[in-house]
Design a protein around this ligand. Structure first.
Ligand SMILES: Cc1ncc(COP(=O)(O)O)c(C=O)c1O
Length: 429
């Protein structure tokens, strides 16, 4: 009897569908002249080549530092980088430089990971079983939705306001889950709280505090802690306005799981992320990471530790902020010039993208005539539908686009939006 080759796959292996990113990359390969406003890449021209060469020289110049950097390191990460990370985050959060940090920002709570993506994955492994529920912003970071799908975890969407998560809707959904007896399956609320991917919205501290309070009020019915997972991946890519303190600053109960990254604000090829986690999540994640890779590449961590300690990292942030302010300005200018007035876009204050909302009559999904036509005109965007969870309680919106100004140059941004604008004018006539 012929055997089905897939029959050896695990339940997870069988369940995992093709990530949206594969489709986006395939489109880019099939259309070599494509202007990609979809790529989540950072700007090549900003990558700190000369600075990294200097840092690498410093690390490798002496046998002692070179040998230690080229050796395996600790699972939780390089102690110097963990300490620098904790101090820096505390300073950004509070404006204070303290010798002894409060427990929420203690270096012992820092875990260094291979990009923050790895940490997001391990956190779901550590906290969720198949059939569990994670509350996400509606829309949210589509790669995170992929993790949930693969691990058999359901996502429930919480609507957003211009100021972050819609607290009334959060309360309604928590109430519904309580009444249906499903609250014990809920483990966390995931917020991309700074210049959210995809909408660009930043969540105010008041909303983070109120969300924590609501979660706390439902813990008795859930019969376990309900965590707030704050993903601050874009926090340092700010080019306008003031920073907002993280949820760690109002976490009296050890319910905040904070993740962020050095990859976008420094070099995406130096894929180092970090998290600040309370117990027992911290030890659990560290053990699982021990099984994954028993530690993030030591050499890369040492480069970053030196970049932070020497001030090269902060200088680089300044360059990024000027560059992305210019590119986002070019994008908004082209949108105002070429898009019909009924396609709504919010002017970004940080991050890498603009969220464009067309009237509902226009379908922008992967298989829509509009998306095909954009590809025929060599323009690619991220279809908004990819950023929405498969939530059975509402119809998945399909009339939005994420337009990134990260990797495309200014001339391509202008050209791409002129083409997209012409197609929008035609479609919305
Ligand atoms: C919201 C968000 N979180 C996390 C990540 C992961 O980034 P990295 O693994 O490079 O830290 C990304 C990458 O695009 C992202 O958009």
């Amino acid at each position: 009897m012929p055997t089905n080759p897939s029959s050896a796959l695990s339940a997870l292996g069988r369940r995992t569908t093709e990530p949206a990113i594969s489709w986006l990359m395939k489109m880019a390969l099939e259309h070599p002249k494509l202007i990609s406003l979809a790529a989540g890449f950072t700007d090549n021209a900003t990558l700190p080549v000369a600075e990294t060469l200097d840092l690498a020289r410093e690390v490798l110049e002496h046998a002692r530092s070179g040998q230690s950097a080229l050796q395996y390191g600790a699972t939780a990460g390089d102690p110097t980088l963990r300490e620098l990370t904790a101090k820096r985050l505390h300073r950004i959060d509070t404006g204070k430089t303290l010798r002894t940090l409060p427990p929420t920002h203690a270096p012992e709570r820092v875990l260094i990971s291979h990009g923050s993506q790895q940490l997001l994955y391990i956190l779901i492994e550590a906290l969720c079983d198949p059939g569990d529920i994670v509350l996400v912003e509606d829309p949210t970071y589509f790669v995170f939705l992929g993790i949930l799908q693969s691990r058999g975890v359901q996502a429930r969407g919480i609507r957003m306001t211009d100021d972050g998560i819609d607290l009334d809707h959060l309360e309604t959904v928590l109430g519904e889950l309580k009444r249906s007896g499903d609250l014990p399956r809920v483990k966390l609320l995931y917020l991309v709280s700074y210049f959210q991917n995809p909408t660009g919205i930043t969540t105010s501290l008041a909303r983070k505090r109120a969300a924590l309070k609501l979660l706390r009020q439902h813990e008795r019915a859930a019969r376990h802690p309900l965590y707030l997972l704050e993903d601050a991946a874009y926090r340092e890519l700010r080019f306008a306005g003031d920073d907002v303190p993280s949820a760690l600053t109002c976490d009296a109960e050890d319910r905040v799981l904070y993740t962020s990254t050095y990859s976008k604000p420094f070099a995406t090829g130096i894929r180092v992320g970090f998290g600040l986690l309370p117990e027992p999540v911290l030890s659990t994640v560290r053990r699982i990471k021990g099984n994954h890779d028993f530690g993030t590449a030591n050499f890369l961590q040492q480069l970053l530790a030196r970049a932070i300690a020497s001030g090269a990292y902060d200088r680089h942030l300044k360059t990024l902020s000027e560059r992305y302010a210019r590119k986002s300005g070019a994008m908004m200018h082209a949108i105002q010039r070429h898009f019909p007035g009924n396609v709504l876009c919010r002017t970004p204050r940080g991050g890498l993208s603009v969220w464009a909302r067309a009237p509902r009559s226009l379908r922008t999904g992967m298989h829509s005539a509009f998306c095909k036509s954009a590809l025929e005109h060599d323009v690619l965007y991220v279809p908004g539908e990819l950023c929405y969870a498969d939530d059975p309680t509402r119809r998945k919106p399909n009339h939005e686009m994420r337009l990134s100004f990260g990797s495309a140059g200014e001339a391509d941004i202008r050209k791409g939006l002129e083409r997209l604008g012409a197609l929008l004018q035609e479609a919305l006539g």
